[in-house]
Design a protein around this ligand. Sequence first.
Ligand code: NAD
Length: 355
Amino acid sequence: MYPFVYQALSQRVVFGSGTTGQVVDELGRMELTRALVLTTPQQEEIGRQMVTTLGARAAGLFAGAAMHTPIEVTDEALKQIEAVGADCVVSIGGGSTTGLGKAIALRTDLPQIVIPTSYAGSEATPILGETKNGAKTTQRSMKVLPEVIVYDVDLTMSLPAKMTVTSGLNAIAHSVEGLYTQDRNPIISTIAQQGIAALARALPVIHQRPDDAEARSDALYGAWACGTVLGAVGMALHHKICHVLGGSFELPHAETHTVILPHATAYNERAVARELGPVADIFQSESAASGLWSFARRLDAPMTLAELGMKQPDLDRAVEVMMSNPYWNPQPLAEEELRGLLDDAFFGRAPGTSL
Ligand code: NAD
C-alpha cells in the first residue's frame, strides 16, 4: 500500500483547433470586459491579432514578456494595467509570457486566460518563478493558478522543430519526476504516463514533419498532462539541477532540461526503478535513463552542457549551490556523485557512466 493525499486544482480547459476564437466567449462567461493581452516581443504579431479578435473586450497589448519573469518587466506591465483599467490578462506564448500573467495575478488578483504556444506547462501550475537583481525565487500560490487555459493547436504549428523537441522533453521531465516524487498518487501517475506516451509518439513525427496536425495535437495534449503533473506534485533532483543551472549560470530553460533529464533519471533510477518502469516501457528500453537518452539523440536534441554554454570550471560551484539547501530526493544526495552526473552531462557521456 502507498498512502496518499491528492489535492485537485480547479481550472477550466478548452482544447482544440481554432479555439482562440472562443476566448471572447470565455471572457463573456466570466463577465470580463477589458483584457490586457500579453506576449513576448517575438510574438507581438499574434498578440495584435488577438486584440483584433477580442474587439471591444480588448484593453490593449503589452508585448514585453521576458525569460525568468524579471520584476522590472512586471512593474512596467502593472502600470499599463492601471492606465487602461484592465480587469484580466490574456497571456499568449510560452512559459515566459505565462509567468508575466502570473506575476500580475499575484499582485492584483486579476483573472488569467492563458493560451500556451510551447510545451513548458506553466499554465497548469500554481508556481511562479521571478527574478530580482539577478536572483531567481520560486513560490507556490493559488493566487497565480490561471483560471482558464485555451489550447489552440494551430498556434503551436509555428514552434520551430528544434524548440518543439526541447520544449517537449522539458514537459516529459515533469512527468518523469512526478512518477517517483514523495507525494505521488495514482491519478497523477496515470496522467504522467499518458503525457510521456503522447509526447513519445508525437515528437519523432514533428521532428520529420513540423506541420503534422495530428502529432501537434498529441504533443499539446501531452504538454497539458505533464504540466498538470508539475502543478499537482513536488519535484526532485532533476528540477533542482535545472533551477540552479538556469538561475545561477543562465543556461537556457528547455535545453537544460533536455540535457540533464537522462542523467538525473539514471541517478534516481537506482532508488525508484519500479516507479520508472513505465518510462522504460514507453521508450522500449532496458532502463528509463537509457530510453530517454536514445530518444533525445534520435531527435537531434542538444546532448551536452558544453554546447549550452556551461563552463567546465563552474561545475564545482554548481554542485555547491545544489547542495547548499537540502531537499527531498529518492536517492540520497552525494556531492561526488552529483559532480560525476554533471561531468557526464557536460561531455554528453551515456547516463550513469560516473555512478
Ligand atoms: P519562452 O516562453 O521563453 O519562449 C521562448 C521563445 O519562443 C520566446 O521568444 C517565445 O515568444 C517564442 N515562442 C513560444 N512559442 C512559440 C511558437 N509557437 N512559435 C514561435 N515562437 C514561439 O520559453 P518556454 O520554454 O516556453 O518557457 C520557459 C520559461 O517558463 C522559463 O522562465 C521557466 O522558468 C518558465 N516555466 C515556468 C513553469 C511554472 O510552472 N512556473 C513551468 C515551466 C516553465
